[in-house]
Design a protein around this ligand. Structure first.
Ligand SMILES: [Zn+2]
Length: 463
């Protein structure tokens, strides 16, 4: 029998429907054979005895090299190297339309920006900020030509990006016909503005410091916007995914709507499961500012229940990495903090420890949440998100017994802090493989910048 490029031997191969002990053979970037005993030899071999062989992680919500707040988030090279070291083999980032410009301009600019830097495969959601007939036509074009997912925000994070209800409604109408998906950042814009102004006084900022951030963003500023979007999804028959769900009440609304048959999915992020807003009372509280904000322990518990009940199908990180210097731009004014958290490198290991070790989630459900479901919804399955013959050889070999204490100094990311500093983990990536190439080994980057390719996706994905 002909030799193969790479063989992963004796691992527990995990897919959403089963776990089997098998060898996985790889040739020319694809999985070509899965069997109990591959007789061929591999030019390279990995002994995965007592390890899990999983589809590489898919993080469908990241913001690399994003220009905002007069600064810029971590660049594609170190961010994708960090992703690879954390077991992630595909990321989906964003191309936000500039008002008065086309989707095409921002998409081409983002692809050009990423091209020589990405070390794993990636795709883009198209961000719609200017809804008009030309945008509608572009939406139809991109849905059929590789970008069938669109992002909108109902909040003036940046006034330029905000979508009003008529635009959200119209985009949902389009998704009903075309099979595209709308990924929505749902917050109540005008009430938020009002509350932020109330806390944006010298007296309030002196009294509460960075804690003004959570105080000005109570849970109803998320779940009101989620309920409103669900009403539009129900009315239009559109396909809606709620981004970075953070509240218990939002989870309840989504659960009810899904039972009623609305085409609705939801993602949440590690920081909503692992952190609480008490952090804002600490010395470096402003580091934790992100939107929606980190909430209470009771919200985290409800989100965990929602994961177990399949109300939430997708985990993502919303990585938007600013260093401590960049965060310190705030100088005591909570409205000036660059919003966002690092997380793509610690995504899989923190979630493995939390969900599988601490909360007994099955391995099958785990790979669904961190890989397969995103591949399905966003039109990458079965090329990505599965260990199947014919799929891309995007594989995470995870050592479930490996003990690691998170230390930002040892991470590969350029960021000089981690929200999870000191967290004790059980289970860490042993090797990460991108289209047959070993791009990370035991936390060290072994890949190549420019290796990653832009992925064209198909509409109509379901979970
Ligand atoms: Zn985001």
């Amino acid at each position: 029998m002909k030799d193969l490029d790479l063989i992963i031997r004796n691992g527990q191969v995990v897919n959403p429907d089963r776990v089997v002990t098998a060898d996985v053979g790889i040739q020319d970037g694809r999985i070509v054979k899965i069997s109990a005993d591959i007789l061929a030899r591999g030019a390279e071999e990995i002994d995965a005895r007592s390890m899990y062989v999983m589809p590489g992680g898919i993080d469908p919500h990241v913001h690399f090299h994003l220009r905002d707040y007069g600064t810029i988030t971590e660049d594609w090279d170190s961010a994708t190297a960090a992703a690879a070291c954390g077991g992630v083999t595909t990321v989906i980032d964003f191309a936000f339309q500039e008002k008065g410009h086309s989707l095409k301009e921002s998409i081409e600019e983002r692809i050009e920006d990423a091209r020589d830097k990405v070390s794993i495969d990636y795709s883009l959601h198209a961000g719609i900020t200017d809804w008009n007939q030309a945008t509608r036509e572009e939406m139809r074009y991109y849905t059929a030509n590789g970008i069938p997912s669109f992002k909108m925000l109902t909040v003036p994070l940046d006034a330029e990006w905000m979508a009003d209800d008529a635009a959200v409604f119209s985009v949902l109408e389009e998704t009903e016909e075309s099979g595209a998906v709308l990924l929505l950042h749902a917050e109540s814009a005008s009430v938020l503005d009002l509350l932020i102004e109330r806390y944006h006084t010298p007296a309030m900022m002196k009294k509460h410091g960075a804690y003004c951030h959570p105080l000005s963003r109570p849970p109803y500023t998320e779940y009101e916007a989620i309920q409103r979007a669900i009403i539009w999804a129900r009315a239009t028959g559109g396909r809606l995914c709620i981004a970075h769900l953070s509240t218990a009440e939002g989870a309840d609304s989504i659960s009810r709507a899904r039972k009623d048959g609305v085409d609705l999915w939801a993602e949440t992020c590690p920081h909503y499961l692992l952190l609480t807003d008490d952090l804002f009372k600490g010395k470096d509280g402003h580091y934790y500012a992100t939107t929606p904000q980190i909430r209470k322990h009771s919200d985290s518990l409800r989100l965990l229940e929602a994961i177990k009940a399949d109300t939430i199908q997708i985990l993502s990180t919303d990585s938007c990495t600013y260093t401590t210097d960049q965060k310190n731009i705030w100088s005591g004014d909570f409205t000036m903090i660059p919003y966002g958290l690092p997380g793509v490198e610690t995504f899989i290991p923190t979630m493995f420890t939390f969900l599988v070790h601490q909360h007994n989630l099955s391995l099958e459900r785990f790979v669904s949440l961190v890989s397969t479901n995103a591949a399905r919804l966003y039109g990458l399955y079965p090329r990505k998100g599965a260990i199947l013959e014919g799929s891309d050889a995007d594989i995470l070999v995870l050592d479930p017994a490996k003990k690691v204490t998170i230390d930002c100094k040892k991470l590969v990311t350029d960021c000089d802090w981690s929200p999870y500093q000191g967290m004790k983990l059980t289970g860490y990536p042993y090797a990460t493989i991108s289209r047959g190439k070993i791009v990370a080994r035991e936390g060290r980057f072994t890949g190549e910048y420019g290796w990653g390719r832009f992925l064209k996706r198909k509409p109509g994905g379901e979970i």
